[in-house]
Design a protein around this ligand. Structure first.
Ligand SMILES: [Zn+2]
Length: 106
């Protein structure tokens, strides 16, 4: 399974040959390589330009989704915190704990 967090699209590459011009700036390519590295393990696959464009779009959308999800989590934490403050204020004022279901009065 691809870890979308770690996906990178690489266009120009350096090879393993010592003294090759690619090591002094003139890299090989363009190739579209989908590289996926996580926890030291990596895998890669070559894409044609059409696939590369599609993957780039998907990766951008995924990152946007992740940003949105993080914002949502932050808002949720704030909401829970405000709700707790509100519950405590209500409890102090009325003696009734909100959101605790049916409260048995003794
Ligand atoms: Zn080279």
């Amino acid at each position: 399974m691809i870890n979308a967090e770690a996906i990178r699209l690489v266009r120009h590459m350096e090879c393993g040959k010592a003294g090759c011009a690619c090591h002094s700036g003139r890299k090989h390519g363009p190739y579209y390589v989908l590289s996926n590295r996580s926890g030291g393990r990596g895998s890669y696959s070559y894409l044609d330009p059409g696939e590369a464009a599609r993957v780039r779009t998907l990766v951008l959308r995924y990152r946007e989704f992740r940003r949105g999800l993080q914002r949502l989590q932050k808002v949720n934490v704030e909401l829970v915190s405000l709700l707790r403050r509100y519950q405590q204020a209500q409890l102090r004022r009325t003696g009734v704990k909100l959101g605790a279901g049916v409260v048995a009065r003794t």
